[in-house]
Design a protein around this ligand. Sequence first.
Ligand SMILES: C[S@@+](CC[C@H](N)C(=O)[O-])C[C@H]1O[C@@H](n2cnc3c(N)ncnc32)[C@H](O)[C@@H]1O
Length: 299
Amino acid sequence: MANSRAGNLKTENSFPQGRLFQITDREFSAFRDLILREAGISLSEGKRQLLCSRLAKRLRHFGFHTFSQYYDYLLTQDPKHEERLRMINCMTTNKTDFFRESHHFNFLSQHMIPQIRQRAFCGGVRKIRVWSAGCSSGEEPYSIAMTVREALGSLLGWDVKILASDIDTEMIRNGSDGIYAAERLSGVPYELKRKHFLRGKGECEGYLQVHPELRDLVVFRRINLMDEPWPIHTYFDAIFCRNVVIYFNRETQEKLFERLATYLSEEGYLFVGHSENLSWLSHLFAPLRGTIYRRRKPG
Ligand SMILES: C[S@@+](CC[C@H](N)C(=O)[O-])C[C@H]1O[C@@H](n2cnc3c(N)ncnc32)[C@H](O)[C@@H]1O
């Protein structure tokens, strides 16, 4: 088992190796524009220190003394945008948890899955598609997978796929590995852990790995929600886009939700984060309860 820093937190307001970098107004503005363009992440003036601390390790890596040197490198010496990916990885906030906002998972098992089962019973397809858009290190899509698996009882005859996507390549790698420190699963019921995780032995003691059967239900892909078009050719029964758009400005949020709406099936549900309210997008989504929405019929 490889070591994973799943559920990681990036160092904020700290300078691990002691080196302080100053950023000028011009440099901050250039990075802000680049990050907004690339990732949709909108940094307020108050995030100046955060940007400095998050990118300090990249400057140290190259031996640069100023943010301008790093910016020039990104623009002129990085034709394949490999460093740009690393820069964006540094700027994302990946806080997540298993069964975060548990009422969403209760809704899946008590309402959505029974509805899909009922439709299948009446001649519909035995197929379930869920998208975890902004999945971080995988806790969210695996929580969805466990919920669907448990609610269906048996997967026999069912075609279930959960798309787990994030802009951060490191998170996609962590999610694909599916290895978590045991304390990350402290809130997961014992029975689910026993069924869906393998316990690490020897040097992997203290880690749990997602069982291959559950792992197979989840497809991890790097997808930048700002990219057009998305490499997706299906409609979803549910889209989880939780705690992602809090970093986007209104214009970016509106465009994103307009696009997400077109990827929901007619009966599809949208789940957003606890602090996200879509009442201003009532032409697209009808509120169902709390932070669960239903797509409105177009036209
Ligand atoms: C705070 S985490 C939320 C994780 C999970 N959805 C949850 O609620 O627990 C936000 C995630 O959104 C991702 N993200 C930010 N901008 C993105 C973009 N433009 N495209 C795709 N993912 C993005 C980040 O990398 C991060 O992993």
